[in-house]
Design a protein around this ligand. Structure first.
Ligand SMILES: CC(C)(COP(=O)(O)OP(=O)(O)OC[C@H]1O[C@@H](n2cnc3c(N)ncnc32)[C@H](O)[C@@H]1OP(=O)(O)O)[C@@H](O)C(=O)NCCC(=O)NCCS
Length: 174
């Protein structure tokens, strides 16, 4: 099987569409958050698999904020793409839009970052290809991924504050 040193973010792009059905909704007739998180995990997991070609585990989810509810009967449009690979872990950015197909309107509902760890046949973390960003947006996401990773690992108690150099730079006054 082919192994590569790096891949571009677009090689991991996943576009997924789901229709909000009655069983997916809450009391107000909007999509339930838990159902949306499930679809986000699925789309991000496929993006991770496209990049690594290995089984992966979701190890963290952050910045999951619900901006606008998605209504019954609307389409849920999800786009997931890898931003940066580290050693064995990979950050995926996912955006979600609600789409009223009858009114022809589309609104950003939600976005988040998922981190996956690629595993070998013994379920141990395994090294993955690097990411080579191409567009300005991909470069911005790539640079920001290092700070987001430092914050995540600090919160998980897996990094010392003095090793979060790039993150600390953000808080320095000029
Ligand atoms: C994924 C798992 C096997 C990793 O094992 P581990 O002992 O934490 O392994 P490590 O400490 O070597 O970390 C492996 C990678 O995960 C990253 N990682 C660990 N905890 C993290 C966190 N909270 N946030 C982001 N990344 C994290 C590490 O930085 C490392 O990445 P790197 O190799 O790119 O530097 C283990 O944490 C696990 O089984 N977690 C449960 C996953 C799960 O059940 N998910 C839900 C269902 S899929």
């Amino acid at each position: 099987m082919e192994t590569v040193d790096f891949k571009t973010p677009s090689q991991s792009l996943v576009i997924m569409n789901e229709l909000v059905l009655p069983n997916d909704t809450n009391y107000f007739g909007n999509l339930m958050g838990g159902r949306l998180m499930y679809w986000m995990d699925v789309a991000s997991g496929i993006a991770s698999g496209k990049h690594t070609n290995l089984p992966g585990m979701t190890v963290s989810v952050d910045n999951l904020s619900f901006k606008y509810p998605i209504k019954l009967g609307n389409n849920v449009h999800l786009e997931a793409k890898a931003t940066r690979a580290f050693n064995t872990s990979l950050e995926i950015h996912i955006k979600v839009w609600g789409e009223d197909l009858l009114q022809q309107t589309k609104y950003l509902s939600n976005e988040a970052y998922f981190t996956f760890v690629a595993l070998d046949e013994h379920r141990r973390p395994k090294k993955i290809p690097a990411i080579q960003p191409e567009t300005d947006e991909e470069i911005e996401q790539y640079n920001g991924a290092l700070r987001r990773r430092q914050l995540r690992l600090l919160q998980a108690g897996k990094l010392n504050i003095e090793d979060a150099k790039e993150l600390l730079e953000l808080f320095k006054t000029k």
